[in-house]
Ligand binder design. Structure first.
Ligand SMILES: C[S@@+](CC[C@H](N)C(=O)[O-])C[C@H]1O[C@@H](n2cnc3c(N)ncnc32)[C@H](O)[C@@H]1O
Length: 225
């Protein structure tokens, strides 16, 4: 069902006023940022993509347009009113109300999803504004998921350092700044393994544009950019 943009924006605004820390952004992601995230994921008709912190669905719609059919997308969101909005907007997508701090149990409870088939985890979680204990718990949950070989696509408003500090134990395979967003954002791709192969993060010409040099670790890549 199509939901008017002003209704989405009003729900986002209400959430921002009542829960500023988990919202962590003044407005939903721009279409440019959403497209860049989708390009980092690539076309994945046969695997599953897990989106965390789907909000009003700005990234969700780009993932559906460019990456996966609805039945291959699983979205997690903590706010009940945003979950209701997402379910109205995206028929066929598995939208789960849950907390990323409790990611594995949330997915288990939802049932029926083989975690090994998730090739990409797309996170919009505002890691800079969430309490440190929550960020630590979330990164533990992410590491467990990435151990199956999937990749994490995370954006941040920290243009200089990205999310490298939070994910210091992961390898950063790609990084790119999107200026047409409020505020501008850095999109990064992380994986547990050094090899950019795995499930195949990059395809076609996107790889050369965004990929870091081979053997570049997250830590030293951060300083170079
Ligand atoms: C910066 S907004 C991003 C919304 C949307 N993905 C976008 O890009 O416009 C962050 C979203 O993460 C959700 N969120 C924050 N903490 C969460 C958690 N622990 N578990 C699940 N969702 C969470 C918030 O409710 C919010 O919708």
């Amino acid at each position: 069902m199509s939901v008017p943009w002003f209704k989405s924006l009003a729900i986002f605004g209400r959430e921002l006023v009542s829960n500023p820390r988990p919202m962590g952004a003044a407005c939903p992601s721009s279409p440019g940022l959403a497209r860049r995230v989708a390009r980092m994921v690539g076309r994945r008709p046969e695997t599953y993509v897990l989106e965390i912190g789907a909000g009003t669905g700005a990234i969700t719609s780009a993932l559906l347009r460019h990456c996966v059919p609805p039945e291959r997308l699983v979205a997690i969101e903590r706010s009940p009113s945003l979950v209701k909005l997402l379910r109205q907007r995206f028929a066929g997508v598995n939208i789960i109300e849950g907390d990323a701090c409790d990611l594995h149990r949330t997915l288990e409870r939802a049932g029926g999803l083989d975690l090994k088939r998730i090739t990409h985890v797309v996170s919009s979680l505002p890691l800079r504004s969430l309490p440190p204990a929550q960020v630590e718990q979330i990164s533990k949950e992410f590491f467990k998921l990435l151990a199956h070989g999937s990749h994490l696509v995370q954006y941040t408003y920290n243009l200089r350092n990205g999310s490298g500090e939070v994910f210091a134990d992961l390898h950063r395979h790609a990084s790119s700044v999107v200026w047409l967003n409020l505020p501008p954002a850095r999109v990064e791709v992380f994986a547990a393994s050094r090899a950019p192969g795995g499930h195949g993060v990059f395809n076609g010409r996107h790889s050369s544009k965004f990929a870091l040099r081979p053997n570049t670790t997250a830590a030293n890549a951060t300083h170079r950019q």
